[in-house]
Design a protein around this ligand. Structure first.
Ligand code: FNR
Length: 193
């Protein structure tokens, strides 16, 4: 089983990327049998329908990474109570069908949502918008637990994330998402199993 993490920020010292790296450590420790990689996507160009066919090489690369993953774990900040523009752009590229008979790589993809922000919202406004987008795309969103980390700088020292209060919540989300992936793989929830 393989989890692909995507940080919604391109900033070199991004707290959200550090959160994805912390999640990677959590999963490697708790479930060494589960693969975990973090997607690099800073070479993805602006969406332009004129450039969709054939798609840019960077778009083909990220689509392949998403298609091959069993689940996506998104770690996004929010900009002005909304999805950061660059991350929305990436999701827009991923949302498009790959061809006349090939749907978007996001269709039915199991997805977990996490995020951190410096302000008090914990990027939850952006998460609400991402859920709306992913619902429209027919992705398979794990609606609970989501992870929101407000005032993230209070769990960091000199820009380096050192999760304290939120660490148990990250661990709980990792466990829940791996279970979600296992149940999805087994064919879904059974009411009377
Ligand atoms: C922000 N930030 C921010 N924070 C927040 O809690 N709510 C918000 O609406 C916004 N809006 C916002 C807009 C723009 C354009 C920027 C650049 C920043 C602050 C944000 O939480 C902070 O920069 C985080 O560090 C961004 O996440 P990364 O890059 O550290 O992952």
């Amino acid at each position: 089983m393989h989890v692909l993490a995507i940080a919604g920020s391109l900033r070199a010292g991004s707290y959200n990327r550090q959160l994805a790296e912390t999640a990677q450590d959590v999963v490697r420790k708790a479930r060494p049998d589960v693969g975990f990689t973090i997607l690099a996507w800073n070479d993805v160009p602006f969406m332009n329908e004129d450039a969709e066919d054939p798609p840019p090489a960077a778009v083909t690369r990220v689509r392949t990474a998403v298609r091959e993953a069993d689940g996506l774990w998104l770690f996004s900040p929010e900009y002005n109570h909304a999805i950061p523009g660059p991350f929305k752009n990436l999701l827009d590229w991923l949302s498009r069908p790959e061809g006349p008979t090939r749907p978007s790589v996001l269709v039915r993809k199991p997805i977990a949502l996490a995020g951190a922000s410096v302000g008090m919202s914990g990027a939850s406004h952006a998460q609400d918008q991402i859920v709306g987008m992913l619902s429209f795309i027919d992705a398979n969103v794990m609606n609970k637990p989501r992870l929101s980390i407000p005032h993230v700088a209070s769990q960091a020292k000199d820009g380096v994330l050192e999760l304290t209060a939120s660490a148990p919540h990250l661990e709980a989300q990792a466990e829940a998402f791996i279970r979600f992936l296992e149940i999805t793989r087994e064919g879904g929830w059974r009411q009377n199993a």
